[in-house]
Design a protein around this ligand. Structure first.
Ligand SMILES: Cc1ncc(COP(=O)(O)O)c(C=O)c1O
Length: 432
């Protein structure tokens, strides 16, 4: 688990908040950490809806928005934009640990999931089936449904486990057939917060349908743990930068060599390898570079390694262990403050102490609408989000016969003091 250069610092890894000044240094790098520009003081536990933005991203965004020049011209401005794109692509490769294939910028995570799935469905051999799971966000589910229908293939759904709020390779084995051509997998559910064992699932999928194209929705996972596409044996991996410290307006994906060789939508006569349509926004590449630079800096607090990828992995381990401490705290409380698991009025969605939980605890109170709880938390200056049995979350809430729930979601810049403040507020609210 520990990477080269990191082993000697194993103990230091555990403790973002015990490292002198580190949590403060982390928080200083983000915008609007303690104060909402519209409502004033608040604690931010709506990270699954969109993370806090890095200050560097905000500065870079403004700068790139100000440049009038276009790419492909013989002047310094134009050449600098092209360099930013190349640099951004190199950083994206490091982030995904991608030594092959290509990295792509699109309109959003949803758009990229649609594009990769559509490309695979339209270009692979006719017939067979496409396979998704009920744990997935509607982004991949809708794309799979539409393109299975449009290419006259069966659409097989693997059921997740309602109780655990997750899915594993055994669930996939029940539904896999050798003629499956495209598989979509969600790395982490944005509703239950459960992450899946991607390597194990992909391995079982390949055991049965060796040549299928596997597309992964990593949008919820990306801010909580490392991504390593070399390890997973998949063909596509999609993230949304606004959920990982950047901004709205673009999505990023990695596509395998195999996926890249399929015919894609392109300008007639244009370069066949290009995924991007139209003029690229150098600002999106530059702001993604800012995110990778930030993770690199964070990792450098935990390893002396001179290798950037190793520092990125170190940042991910530090993030994971800090977030695990925050999750333990919200679930189990302190000696003075009851945790969610012990609060008799509250029901947690999914196995409450699962080691697969990443960043999210969704819960509800049987006798009180979630909308009222969200509002009462807002009045106490704590921001969380309601999730409803609608086209976004009905796949999780419908089978539980639950109309809505409250989603509490953290990132590594949240502190233990903030979690305790949340617990005090929710305990007061649920007692009334
Ligand atoms: C797991 C997952 N997939 C897809 C999406 C959609 O992403 P985007 O808003 O970038 O299109 C979300 C957004 O909440 C998500 O959490």
């Amino acid at each position: 688990m520990y990477i080269k250069g990191l082993a000697t610092n194993k103990r230091r890894l555990k403790v973002i908040e015990q490292r002198q000044g580190l949590i403060e240094s982390i928080r200083k790098k983000f915008m609007h950490v303690e104060t909402c520009p519209f409502e004033g003081d608040r604690i931010f536990f709506e990270n699954a809806g969109g993370s806090l933005r890095l200050k560097s991203v905000v500065e870079t965004s403004a700068l790139y928005a100000s440049y009038p020049d276009n790419q492909g011209r013989e002047n310094d401005a134009s050449k600098s934009l092209v360099r930013s794109i190349e640099n951004g692509k190199a950083k994206m490769r490091l982030f995904f640990n991608a030594d092959r294939g290509d990295v792509i910028v699109g309109e959003s995570g949803t758009e990229l999931l649609f594009r990769l799935i559509r490309t695979a469905a339209l270009e692979l051999q006719e017939g067979g089936a496409m396979l998704s799971s009920s744990l997935e966000h509607p982004a991949s589910m809708s794309a799979m449904k539409k393109w299975a229908k449009n290419t006259q293939r069966d659409h097989i759904i693997v059921d997740h486990n309602d109780e655990s709020g997750s899915i594993d390779e055994k669930d996939y084995i029940k539904k896999l057939t050798s003629d499956v051509r495209v598989v979509s997998i969600v790395h982490t559910s944005p509703v239950t917060g459960m992450t899946v064992d991607l390597e194990k699932i992909a391995k079982e999928v390949r055991n049965v349908a060796r040549d299928c194209i596997i597309i992964v929705d990593g949008i919820q996972h990306s801010s909580h743990g490392a991504i390593d596409v070399q390890k997973y044996d998949i063909d596509g991996y999609v993230v949304s930068p606004y959920k990982m410290f950047s901004r709205h307006g673009y999505g990023v994906a990695w596509a395998s060599d195999r996926l890249c060789t399929l015919n894609k939508e392109q300008l007639v006569g244009g370069p066949s390898q290009n995924w991007e349509l139209g003029t690229r926004d150098a600002g999106s590449y530059a702001t993604f570079s800012d995110v990778v630079d930030y993770l690199d800096w964070l990792g450098s607090n935990f390893t002396e390694s001179e290798n950037t990828r190793e520092r990125l992995e170190a940042s991910s381990l530090a993030i994971k262990s800090h977030e695990q401490e925050l999750l333990n705290l919200v679930l189990n409380g302190t000696k003075d403050t009851t945790g969610l698991r012990k609060n008799k009025k509250i029901q947690i969605i999914g196995t409450s102490d699962s080691k697969f939980r990443e960043g999210v605890v969704s819960f509800f109170q049987k006798n009180k609408p979630s909308s009222i709880i969200v509002e009462e938390l807002r009045q106490r200056k704590i921001r969380v989000h309601i999730r409803k049995d609608d086209h976004y979350c009905g796949n999780i809430l419908g089978p539980l016969n639950q109309k809505d729930c409250i989603r509490f979601s953290i990132c590594h810049y949240n502190s233990k003091a903030e979690v305790v403040a949340f617990l005090r507020a929710i305990n007061e609210i649920s007692a009334n």
